[in-house]
Design a protein around this ligand. Sequence first.
Ligand code: ATP
Ligand code: MG
Ligand code: MG
Length: 573
Amino acid sequence: SSKAPSHFIRHMIDQHLAQGKHDGRVQTRFPPEPNGFLHIGHAKSICLNFGLAQQYSTDYRAACNLRFDDTNPVKESQEFIDAIKADIEWLGFSWQGDVRYTSSYFNYLYEFALQLISNGKAYVCGLTPDQAREYRGTLTEPGRNSPDRERSADENLDLFRRMQAGEFADGQYSLRAKIDMASPNINMRDPVIYRIRKVHHHQTGNQWNVYPMYDYAHCISDALEHITHSLCTLEFEDHRPLYDWILQNLTPESLQKACDELGNMGGTTHYVLPQQTEFARLNINYTVMSKRKLKELVELQLVSGWDDPRMPTLSGLRRRGYTPAAIRNFCDMIGMSRSESIVDVGMLEHSIREDLDENAPRAMCVLRPLKVTLLNYPQGQTEMLSLPKHPKKDIGHRELPFGAELYIDRTDFEEVPPPGFKRLMPGTEVRLRGAYVIRCDEVIKDESGKVVELRCTADLDTLGKNPEGRKVKGVIHWVPAHAALPAEVRIYDRLFNNANPDDKSLGDFKNCLNPDSLQVLTGCLVEPSLAEAKAEDSFQFEREGYFCVDRRDSHADKLVFNRTVSLRDSWGK
Ligand code: ATP
Ligand code: MG
Ligand code: MG
């Protein structure tokens, strides 16, 4: 789109295209591990990868793949795969062709490992994980060569085949790239590229006893999909030399042959190396963004699930009432840089508030009902009022019946008002939104002294016009008693009450969970036009905030609304 932001990655791709690099193609991929639900951090990567493919596809061959990076079967599941696909589609993106899986390349990855072994570039190592750690050295001390480093290629081939055949136990052997134990970059000190894991895999079943490591599998998977730009977060910067080493130490012919077999050449004839580029991950205050921590909240039932409206997951934000457009705009706003920073959650809230202010129909909902009886309005009679659905946008009207019995919000009445109170108090007037000016004549209380009803008089000459000779400042919302619909309203606050729950000095991140992050209001009343509201429809409840119909719990006979965000915008002020 024309307002897509420019940044260093686009500048780089522009240059590559101008130079004819990568054969004039832009092929990206989004590679989630299916070990949890996607969060707002992933949205940054999704908008980047799928966004680039969209932006360049007008003038070039450009596309984005969805690839499940499923090399760690123990933590992964089909449930997560399905949820991730649904979230990406909901955000408004589509991937090229079929969904891909790293696991569908396991045969190639295995063959490439045999090739590295044959060429003396990988060896089977019998050090235990503890020994291997000790041999690796430290930041200031070089590592030491494994005693198995000079084993012959034939022996290594035999051992690796037997690892896969299931002859050895987990951890007994590993396959390591033969690079440089003295490298200042620890990632280059003969990294493990395969390990024995005798476990079931959600895609490949019990076919494999060895599984490739991320660093080995990722670059080759990129190559096999003929990816041109492999975009990842900054923590992989130090892994880039390994990414390049592996691809440079496989023969270009074998890579090209594999791409051909897989039909992944993207219309070009010669194979080009993919290029890794890093960008800063998204961090937001007052939340956590690691899947491990989010999973812990779910498993300990500290939230209702991955899609709890307080979660920073895409499905949580969706259920909270965030729209795909607001999330995409937010990702544009935060920009793309190479230095880590923490984005204020107020900016995310700003993005949805802007969207809903512009697009959400208005409606009235009384959260804490207080009965109002109009003494001078004919009892039992009703009239139909028509109110615009939106103050600025022409999206039609809603019908609202008016009668002698109404409900207003308890907080809009004060018997002993504080200074500056502009709403209803004994003997004063206020306007009912879209209806008449009323005056409070009498306050009815129960035995405990609680106000239970207000008896009022309506000025019947004030529908759509100001009263004669006096000013009425306050406007309050209301619903008709005879036609209002009961509803449950869930008011959400931040899940954590500390700006940085990841701060180690606070102890466990769960220590700063906000005990008041969910407040459930029952017995709320909404205007009757909301009977037609569908799951996920958003509204501005006048004077209260933005709310959406809960997509799981709301039914025709029991409406449930989630507060997406309050009306007040503090961001950028
Ligand atoms: P987590 O630490 O939350 O488990 P991850 O990086 O392990 O995240 P993946 O499923 O591997 O999760 O992520 C898929 C893609 O999304 C990766 O390319 C990763 O770089 C990107 N990504 C993940 N988290 C963020 C983030 N906070 N900001 C930007 N991109 C992210
Ligand atoms: Mg990852
Ligand atoms: Mg992870």
